[in-house]
Design a protein around this ligand. Structure first.
Ligand SMILES: C=CC1=C(C)c2cc3[nH]c(cc4nc(cc5[nH]c(cc1n2)c(C)c5CCC(=O)O)C(CCC(=O)O)=C4C)c(C)c3C=C
Ligand SMILES: [Fe+2]
Ligand SMILES: [Fe+2]
Length: 348
């Protein structure tokens, strides 16, 4: 066993309770990569306002999505963890299927051949990257590919993962061989998987008047300071529209999940949907290309809250296109991205 692949996502509370949400938010929102307000000021705001108030407000939303998938799909626990675990299982199967057996006629598993180990870790909450790397090392892994499941790089997400890798490296005498995927927004198989998901959705339900591509937002100031996220989101949207041959007036890019008082990337998803409903747009399909797994921000904020924004403003048909989750074409993209990081001639 030599190579290990670690799929990473943001994380989620251990339970949909205010206590567990508080614990998760403390970990997440204390990271200086996520909130760049000077530490003493932010610690005061976090401890006086955010952590005492937000968990009670957000826990019911987590309860709504817990154990629930779209279209009656059997999901257990928090959807982001459920789908990440499915991605691990399916990637493991794909890599095992092509692992080279040690002796002719033997499967890689039976022969103890050089097949890769796939695991996942969460930036916040459990399992942590440090624990996952230590566990895989005990199992014999010496080379690691870390794939942050964020197609578009942002310092707030992928940057935070690089920090955690750096911390592991600093604490090691024999530094592990770790490769981190920076971004994959322009990978043709990722764009193809997104386009397939839109096409299949349209075959099932018909095409809406507009396709709204809603990305998780970040503060606008981060872009001015050099974060390439906005550019990569726009690039993703343009490539997806081109793959679908959509005329420019049939799609729009927006940003969701605003947090705090600062200005975030615009146009905002919620405002756009209200404006469209008021302007007489009757039907909308919404896709969230920055989310590789369905989670609170898609299943609640997009599929429930923003549906209400659009319908209450006068719209009539609103359909959310699920994240790529455990789709075969998504796993094909993930496999290709990971393989590009595995040295040629190295048996997995
Ligand atoms: C405080 C600022 C935040 C930044 C910057 C931010 C960037 C960012 N986040 C994601 C992906 C996800 N975020 C999720 C939840 C979530 N995000 C924030 C705040 C920021 N995100 C909060 C406070 C929360 C928790 C919920 C809430 O209290 O509103 C999730 C879902 C996790 C789950 O449990 O389902 C994801 C995924 C990206 C991609 C991103 C920047 C590009
Ligand atoms: Fe977020
Ligand atoms: Fe949200």
């Amino acid at each position: 066993m030599a190579h290990a692949i670690i799929l990473m996502n943001l994380g989620t509370p251990a339970e949909p309770t205010p206590r567990a949400v508080r614990q998760f938010l403390r970990d997440f929102l204390s990271d200086p990569r996520v909130v760049e307000i000077p530490r003493p000021v932010w610690q005061l705001i976090l401890n006086l306002f955010v952590l005492p108030l937000r968990p009670a407000r957000i826990a019911p939303a987590y309860r709504e999505i817990w154990n629930r998938g779209l279209d009656g799909e059997a999901v257990t626990g928090s959807p982001i963890t459920f789908y990440t675990q499915r991605q691990v299982e399916l990637l493991q199967q794909r890599l095992d299927a092509t692992a080279e057996p040690r002796f002719p006629g033997e499967g890689a598993q039976e022969s103890g051949g050089q097949n890769s180990l796939v695991a996942y870790a969460m930036t916040y909450g459990a399992p942590s990257l440090a624990d996952t790397v230590a566990r895989l090392q005990k199992q014999g892994a010496s080379r690691f590919v870390v794939l942050p499941l964020y197609p578009q790089y942002s310092a707030t997400t992928t940057g935070a993962i690089y920090d955690q890798v750096a911390k592991i490296i600093r604490a090691s005498r024999n530094v592990p061989d770790i490769s981190v995927v920076h971004d994959y927004w322009s990978h043709p198989l990722y764009i193809e998987a997104l386009a397939n998901s839109v096409r299949e959705h349209r075959e099932k339900y018909g095409a809406a008047e507009k396709l709204l591509m809603s990305f998780h937002g970040i503060p606008k100031a981060n872009i001015r300071k050099g974060d390439p996220y906005y550019q990569q989101c726009c690039g993703t949207a343009e490539r997806l529209a081109a793959a679908l041959a959509l005329p420019r007036d049939q799609w729009e890019i927006t940003f969701q999940s605003r947090f705090g008082k600062a200005e975030w990337l615009q146009p905002y998803t919620d405002r756009t949907l209200v404006e469209w409903g008021q302007a007489g747009v009757a039907s909308v399909d919404v896709i969230c290309p920055a989310f590789s797994a369905d989670c609170l921000e898609t299943l609640e904020e997009i599929a429930v809250e923003n549906r209400a924004n659009f319908i209450d403003a006068g719209g009539s048909e609103y359909r959310y296109i699920p994240a790529l989750n455990a789709r075969e074409d998504h796993l094909a993209a993930i496999e290709a991205i990971v393989r590009e990081r595995m040295p040629a001639g190295f048996s997995q």
